[in-house]
Design a protein around this ligand. Structure first.
Ligand code: FE2
Ligand code: FE2
Length: 193
């Protein structure tokens, strides 16, 4: 016999704040899929940075790649806390990210690689800005998470703009790849990796 489930106060207060929790979960799962897929595709993009010029770019892509993994990891707790879950089918999860433009192979030039990276970062800014707007004044936990991810995406965009256009970014290199200065506390499962 099914027993009556308890009220989830952590979700109810959000509804009282006017938050559309179902829409928020859908958006977070979508954003998580984009981060997951970007992490995968950046693995190839980094590998195809060959030759003398490629060597200088590799480290920047590696920093961005590991922070996308951090962004995926950062979403997990919040999705479950909100009552959501990840789709059963990983293929559908990856397809919904709509990131086929990030595919590359040995023939992809360094300039094309950087253009793809820039487009990915700019898409991520739009995605996380959307969550900030949805949650502002209604869901402080998700707002904090989204604004921390957004801060890293803005840094990533500026790195690739610097490489492509010579637009100074004030880029201080990460002390180590995977440092994730804004999201490390949301992705503690990566500590010590
Ligand atoms: Fe990201
Ligand atoms: Fe990024």
């Amino acid at each position: 016999m099914a027993t009556k489930k308890h009220t989830v106060v952590g979700v109810e207060v959000l509804r009282q704040n006017g938050m559309d929790v179902d829409e928020l979960v859908k958006t977070l799962v979508y954003n998580a899929s984009v981060e997951f897929v970007a992490y995968y595709y950046f693995t190839n993009l980094r590998a195809f940075c060959t030759g003398m010029d490629g060597e200088g770019v590799k480290g920047v892509i590696e920093d961005a790649r590991l922070e996308d993994l951090s962004h995926f990891e950062s979403c997990i707790d919040r999705i479950y806390q909100l009552g959501g879950e990840f789709p059963r089918d990983i293929a559908g999860f990856c397809k919904q990210a709509g990131a086929d433009f990030l595919q590359s192979d040995k023939k992809t030039t360094l300039k094309q690689i950087l253009e793809k990276c820039l487009k990915a970062e700019q898409g991520a800014i739009v995605n996380w800005n959307k969550v900030c707007r949805m949650t502002h004044g209604k869901d402080p936990m998700t707002y904090e998470l989204a604004s921390h991810i957004l801060a890293e995406e803005i840094e990533h965009e500026s790195w690739f703009l610097e490489l492509l256009d010579g637009r100074p970014s004030g880029h201080m290199r990460r002390r180590y790849s995977g440092e994730r200065p804004h999201t490390s506390k949301h992705s503690r499962s990566m500590d010590g990796l």
